[in-house]
Design a protein around this ligand. Sequence first.
Ligand code: AP5
Ligand code: MG
Ligand code: ZN
Length: 217
Amino acid sequence: MQLILMGPPAAGKGTHAAELVKKFNIPQISTGDMFRAAVKEGTELGKKAAECMKSGALVPDEVTVGIVKERLAKPDCSNGFILDGFPRTVEQADALEKILSDSGKKLDKVLNIHVPAEDLIERAVGRRICKTCGATYHVKFNPSKKDSVCDNCGGELYQRADDNADTMKNRLSVYEASTRPLIEYYKKLGKYTEIDGRQPIGKVTEDLVKVLSSVKN
Ligand code: AP5
Ligand code: MG
Ligand code: ZN
């Protein structure tokens, strides 16, 4: 099953991708996570990405398309994948169509988690992530049992550098200008389904699974 999980910053893509990974046993490919890992390792890619991420701008298309192309060629993607946070521009979407058609694959579904702009800053600012296992929490909507400690592994929780109100405003305007046009793009391809992301986390996952149960493997 070849999927794209779309949605504005902090809509819940990562949270729900993690559930879909468990349910369908296909990998999550998050370009944001890949860039953060590269920044942490201090690689050339990390140096290129760090500046853009800090301000909430997009990493250049050729860089982003390059890492996704490489990732999709890995054997664990042979039964499918969940793209989280890619594509974010029409150029990236066109490049993805080409990568897939060159390898005889096609997209099955594009799921958009719809959350209104006014909710997104609160979601981002309250997000906490486990340093060890990457689990995502929210101080109000999905708190860990013990403050700053991961329920899964006991790791320490941290806040992402771009999860502040100022950077978030920029991320949201970048989304409006560059990524929102992809809704029309995928509607035209007949692959688009919208999910109401304002519902509780468990209900959003349930709606996603319901849509995907109609997709043939
Ligand atoms: P990336 O890491 O992808 O950031 P993003 O798109 O802004 O999305 P987030 O990861 O912030 O949010 P999410 O939708 O995953 O939400 P989550 O599940 O965590 O990208 C970061 C940067 O990398 C970009 O700004 C750019 O610079 C660069 N980049 C990445 N991809 C790129 C690309 N393709 N091209 C160019 N540059 C790229 O949830 C958020 C919070 O809400 C959590 O606390 C969660 O617990 C909570 N929550 C989730 N669901 C619910 C719910 N239903 N109700 C209440 N709370 C909820
Ligand atoms: Mg994410
Ligand atoms: Zn953890």
